[in-house]
Design a protein around this ligand. Structure first.
Ligand code: SF4
Length: 284
């Protein structure tokens, strides 16, 4: 059975054909599995910057848990630079695949923003506050839990993977790192999903869960949100409704078997194709 997630439903609404290639590409008879998987794995410069910053912040927080010794900033930034290079070398970029750039010079094209995001974070009050937490409190931090964040919402399978969760007094605080532009509606939905996941997993009153999107660029700021019991109920209905919509495209919901590709139409908004990994297949 398919599992709801914010990303999956976003893809579903963006373009049904993209949704097909992304989630059911193995069933396609027109193109090879290799070609579809290659396109599926393409990353972009903004996506990879986000990925790198997330992983560095994870390492940073785990280091705070292990030791109260001050962070050596020279070593921290040298590590960040190395990681940027290593990650970029291992990936195929959309921008080179489709000819926008001949090659990706990671230290010029990715690292400046990675570094600025990290500087903004290190200079934030949030960073000082986290560093100052007592050891016993740090041991309760949940930093990018392993797996895909599988859960159930209103009885429906769903995936919600939080970046960082920690106790704050009686409350639970969830942080979601953002390196791109604020996108209020989308981010609010993500935070609601995380709250739902946390209240379910830790059996915690949703009214005592705070969520924040932490924007790391161009300067650090947090967008906070807390939810009422009614918000949680409304959200579970949304998940149900969106799951039903995606089930409509399955011939077998239990086995998550898709209808034939023709049932997944190409988008009418041709502009969307400019940024789509699969544009060589649709030839638009
Ligand atoms: S290229 Fe356009 S039509 Fe084709 S999958 Fe992508 S967004 Fe959809």
């Amino acid at each position: 059975m398919l599992g709801w997630s914010v990303t999956r439903y976003d893809t579903f609404t963006f373009c049904k054909r993209l949704y097909y290639y992304q989630y059911y590409g193995n069933y396609d008879h027109e193109y090879s599995r290799h070609e579809i998987n290659t396109l599926k794995k393409l990353t972009t410069i903004p996506l990879e910057i986000g990925n790198i910053v997330h992983d560095i912040l994870k390492t940073f927080l785990e280091r705070l848990q292990r030791s109260a010794k001050p962070i050596d900033q020279n070593r921290f930034f040298a590590y960040s630079k190395q990681l940027t290079q290593r990650y970029s070398d291992a990936k195929k970029f959309f921008e080179t695949y489709y000819g926008e750039y001949e090659s990706i010079e990671s230290l010029e094209m990715l690292y400046p923003k990675v570094e600025q995001c990290l500087i903004n974070f290190l200079e934030s009050e949030r960073s000082d506050w986290l560093i100052s937490r007592p050891e016993e409190e740090k041991s309760k931090w949940v930093i990018e839990p392993p797996g895909y964040g599988k859960t159930t919402i209103n009885g429906y399978k769903a995936y919600c993977k939080v970046d960082f969760l920690f106790p704050s007094g009686k409350n639970l605080q969830i942080m979601d790192w953002k390196t791109g532009q604020p996108h209020m509606e989308k981010h609010k939905k993500q935070l609601t999903a995380y709250s739902y996941w946390a209240s379910d997993k830790f059996n915690h009153n949703p009214a005592l869960i705070n969520c924040s999107s932490a924007y790391l660029f161009p300067e650090y700021h947090e967008m906070d949100m807390s939810l009422s019991h009614e918000d949680i109920l409304a959200f579970s209905k949304i998940v149900q409704n969106e799951t039903f919509q995606m089930w409509e495209y399955c011939i077998d919901v239990e086995q998550n078997l898709p209808k034939p590709k023709d049932a997944f139409p190409i988008t009418v908004s041709i502009n969307k194709c400019n940024t789509c990994n699969f544009k060589q297949l649709c030839r638009r």
